[in-house]
Design a protein around this ligand. Structure first.
Ligand SMILES: N=c1c2ncn([C@@H]3O[C@H](COP(=O)(O)OP(=O)(O)OP(=O)(O)O)[C@@H](O)[C@H]3O)c2ncn1[C@@H]1O[C@H](COP(=O)(O)O)[C@@H](O)[C@H]1O
Length: 102
């Protein structure tokens, strides 16, 4: 998704050029443990929103989760292109054969 690349670029820019009041800078300054904690929280909130069945709230939680995943990826040196490549490889093979299917 193009927007994920755009947000990732903002994260890169924030890391290179600090901005007053930036939440991204706050997270990057706190480090990996804090980022992972937020990913866990946002994942839990996404699950709860999914169970509640309210589409707008659910979409909002997924967006929060996506953003925090991008910050985690940046911290660990992964780019959206790496994920795209992984997905493309699986698509080309017609599925993910790393585990048994039910
Ligand atoms: N997509 C997002 C995005 N999604 C969620 N959030 C922030 O994630 C935080 C999550 O809220 P919480 O209440 O769970 O966390 P909190 O209590 O504020 O923080 P903690 O004390 O828990 O760490 C909020 O402050 C949201 O603003 C985001 N912050 C930034 N972005 C993107 O990143 C860009 C750069 O943002 P800044 O770095 O803030 O300039 C923005 O233009 C957006 O495109």
């Amino acid at each position: 998704m193009e927007i994920l690349e755009k947000v990732y670029k903002i994260i890169q820019r924030r890391a290179a050029l600090r901005e007053e009041g930036s939440y991204t800078n706050y997270l990057l300054d706190k480090g990996l443990d804090k980022i992972l904690k937020k990913v866990g929280e946002e994942a839990s909130e996404t699950i709860i929103a999914a169970k509640n069945g309210e589409k707008t709230e659910f979409a909002g939680e997924i967006a929060d989760l996506q953003y925090h995943l991008l910050v985690m990826m940046y911290n660990l040196g992964l780019t959206p292109a790496d994920i795209e490549q992984e997905l493309n490889n699986r698509f080309a093979k017609g599925g993910f054969h790393g585990r048994a299917r039910k």
